[in-house]
Design a protein around this ligand. Structure first.
Ligand code: GLP
Length: 242
């Protein structure tokens, strides 16, 4: 695990932008897994700026969303589909993008087909992600089996509370989601995790120096061969002597 410490959110986003552009420029046919949340917002805006300056093209890039809520439509502003279009996809020349369909009649089949699509696209080259306060990645909550592929999850109370800020009322936060599994993420050739802010410090400490355990999903990444964490000084504040 390669840990890059930076001073603040802006430096984290700039460093991540440089890494993503480097991979897109040096490898043809990149397949990215991409996250939602506040953490990657500036990264996306920097990628859009770089595209508008004609310094990068996404015409050979395929994206897969890490996750999506169950039960809300893609045109609902709280859906991850909507988020991704607004923050990134509608602004760039992306070749193709895939987002799990949280309205599918048969959710199990939707999950299996998502895995098929990842395989058909040649697997994920770079999986980018944030981290939840409880150490979740994607929507893989504590207790998720490390062998899991894309699956339906029941969101934890902590995650529902944390995500309530995006909804008019906490009751409106969906209780279920579709997420790539831990194994789907571990199968990516490279992983990039971003974290900013004090509220992520405990999860980062456990993910980096804690025991590798299903109780802290991000700890699985200690076993990934090519994984980088870019973390700002607040998120790294409990790693002082490491
Ligand atoms: C959600 C998403 C995760 C994201 C996490 C942290 O639960 N499913 O993919 O990493 O929130 O979000 P934020 O970056 O807003 O702290």
């Amino acid at each position: 695990m390669n840990i890059i410490r930076v001073s603040d959110y802006t430096s984290m986003s700039t460093k991540a932008r440089d890494m993503v552009i480097d991979r897109i420029s040096n490898f043809s046919d990149m397949v990215l897994a991409i996250p939602t949340g506040n953490t990657p917002e500036m990264l996306y805006s920097l990628l859009v700026d770089t595209y508008k300056e004609e310094k990068v093209s996404f015409k050979d890039v395929v994206t897969f969303n890490l996750d999506e809520y169950v039960g809300i439509s893609p045109d609902n502003p709280q859906s991850y589909s909507y988020y991704m279009k607004e923050h990134l996809l509608k602004h760039i020349d992306i070749r193709r993008n895939y987002i799990p369909d949280g309205l599918a009649d048969d959710l199990e089949r939707e999950c299996a087909e998502y895995e098929d699509k990842i395989r058909e696209e040649g697997g994920i080259d770079l999986a980018i992600m944030g981290i939840g306060r409880n150490g979740h990645i994607g929507f893989n909550e504590p207790g998720t089996n490390f062998e899991s592929l894309t699956h339906v999850v029941e969101l934890s109370e902590d995650t529902i509370k944390a995500n309530a800020r995006f909804f008019p009322k906490e009751e409106e936060v969906p209780r279920r989601a579709i997420t790539m599994g831990i194994k789907t993420i571990m199968n990516a050739r490279e992983v990039l995790l971003l974290a900013s802010g004090k509220e992520k410090a405990e999860a980062i400490k456990k993910a980096v120096i804690g025991e590798v355990t299903e109780e802290l999903p991000a700890s699985a990444l200690q076993r990934h061969k090519h994984c980088t964490f870019i973390i700002d000084s607040d998120a790294a504040s409990l790693l002082k002597n490491w």
